[in-house]
Ligand binder design. Sequence first.
Ligand code: BGP
Length: 471
Amino acid sequence: MEYHNYAGFPKDFLWGGSTSAYQVEGAYNEDGKGLSVQDTKAVTPGTSDFKVASDHYHRYKEDIALFAEMGFKAYRFSVAWTRIIPNGVGEVNQKGIEFYSNLIDECIKYEIEPIVTMYHFDLPDALNQKGGWSNPETSEAFIEYARVLFENLGHKVNYWLTINEQNMMILHGAAIGTVNEKVSNVKQDLYQQNHYMLLAQAKVMKMCHDLCPQAKIGPAPNISEVYPESADPRDFIAAQNLNAIRNWLYLDVAVYGRYNPIALAYLKDRGYAPEITEEDLDVFKAGKPDFIAFNYYNTSTAAHSSFSDAVVGPEDGDQQIELGEKGVYKAVYNQFLERTNFNWEVDPVGFRATLRSVYERYGLPIIITENGLGEFDELTADHQVHDQYRIDYLKDEIAEMKLALSDGVEVFGFCPWSAIDLVSTHSGVKKRYGFIYVDRDEFDLKELKRYKKDSFAWYQQVIATDGENLS
Ligand code: BGP
């Protein structure tokens, strides 16, 4: 839709950036930290592990000063569960509490709002050894961990995020480390894990409201609108299928307290449905989010599929886009979209579409907790990084977010991935996202010095002009 008058970003809009603990902190075994699944899982061959990452643990003051210089109003980071409770349950590690307390104070010193993710892919390995999320004890452990966070840090945090990209952990469990190899029905087990996580999330949201009345809390899935490949009505049904299974399943439970009917029909038919009791539904109803946070990188495109299809995945076999599933949908590339050097589709208009869909469905304020471009950046001899491609990418995304504001969508913050370079989940150090370059290679740590990229000054100006000047 075009308008005669367009909305601008509100003055109190939370412009910021994001990171996650295992990808940025390093110090993987210091000051009492226990090991998480990210420390113990095999890394992609030829890429760095997460032991040192960007050494943010030791350099957070320098990093936050740089964020403040950029004008950040918010910093979204995650707490490593294993710094707080090294074995997932039991003893609390005071040094871990101290670290995050200091980090939060450092943000507050610069009037940067800390936005804290409780759990970002880094389950304590000790819990993983006992079945991970397949074991309901993990949910109990998560709830206790949340209590420790609220009791120790709750008085100075206004925005909490429960679980990062729970939907990706379920749909791409093998890649993220949530698949329980010991069970016979892996998918049923994943959806049972999902159910336990949803229950834990609802209890934690309720606990947040009880213990920290000034704070707000929400889930942080990865949401992408799904297009039908063509106007063939069967493609439209395929797109609805994927939307239900990939997106709405997770948010419908969080917001409406019930399973999405299309997703549930699929789960039951395939024998993947979790056990859902009446008490579970009461738990869902008692713990509701105040806002929706979501990560957006691209849209998905789906075509009709039947049980007899031989192939349902993308033609090049690259699973960066959806996997496809017989009788549900075929995953296809969108012929209208370009792709990055890492084969991710680029779709700023789809960002507006996704914002509109989420807001129309749930009517809750939205914050974007990830969005960004992973690229091969180059540090020149005079320590510059000319990342015009990142500026172009973000400019288009922000412009579309602004149009979504004109559409009436309530967006209150934007924290692109990533505030500073960090180690990519699957592609190591070479895939960079930050406004600040961290000088290290895949295996040579060098001095880990920080250099401002061209996008640093650009984002500084975007924030200074409340999103008016994007050029
Ligand atoms: C999201 C994760 C982040 C981050 C990002 C980029 O799914 O929440 O942790 O990794 O994707 O992905 P990648 O590092 O694979 O490029």
